[in-house]
Design a protein around this ligand. Structure first.
Ligand SMILES: Cc1cc2nc3c(=O)[nH]c(=O)nc-3n(C[C@H](O)[C@H](O)[C@H](O)COP(=O)(O)O)c2cc1C
Length: 171
């Protein structure tokens, strides 16, 4: 069984959270590989692989080409570095091209701290798309939080590692 943690990231937050989730999975006995959407496009999941898919919340849901362009334009204003993976497809586009392979899956996102009804949660869109691809969700969608300045809040990477350990236990 291979566990793939697939992420999209503009400013690196979701990338870092993906790494922490993979660390937690691996520590708890479910060795996990981290792949950007571009890497996952080149090396698609095989039937039976476990997918853990994450993206930043943009416009209350999943990013689109225009919101990713906006993120790059905003980066210098917010003094943020653009992640090395940012030129790849968004999770929305990657999922649209994913074969309906089946298997187990889970979804996560990063989003601004606040009531989800106000911020939206990309993970809910990811979860729905995974189900449409005949993946069975084995955990509830999870969010990891950033400040209004788009910086991960203290402790979120440890929470992500703990979630990874919970995922390993559920597998
Ligand atoms: C264009 C754009 C739109 C965003 N829209 C939302 C939103 O609707 N809700 C929210 O909670 N955060 C929103 N954010 C904040 C991001 O979700 C947050 O900064 C996230 O951690 C970025 O992840 P990344 O560093 O992996 O790109 C938005 C950010 C950008 C750049």
């Amino acid at each position: 069984m291979t566990v793939l943690v697939v992420y999209e990231s503009m400013y690196g937050n979701t990338h870092r959270i993906a790494g922490s989730i993979a660390r937690g999975l691996t520590e708890a006995g479910a060795p996990a590989e981290v792949r950007s959407t571009a890497e996952a496009q080149r090396h698609p999941p095989a039937a039976g692989d476990v997918l853990v898919v994450g993206a930043p919340t943009h416009g209350h849901g999943l990013s689109r080409e225009n919101s990713r362009e906006q993120a790059v334009r905003d980066a210098s204003r917010h003094h943020l570095d653009v992640d090395g993976s940012a030129g790849g497809p968004g999770v929305r586009e990657w999922l649209a091209g994913l074969a309906a392979a089946g298997g187990r899956a889970a979804a996560f996102d990063t989003r601004v701290k606040g009531p989800a009804v106000l911020t939206g949660r990309a993970s809910q869109k990811i979860a729905r798309a995974l189900e449409e691809h005949r993946y069975e969700l084995f955990a509830r969608p999870e969010s990891f939080l950033v400040s209004m300045d788009n910086e991960l809040l203290p402790g979120e990477e440890e929470l992500a590692a703990a979630w990874g350990r919970d995922l390993a236990a559920a597998l």
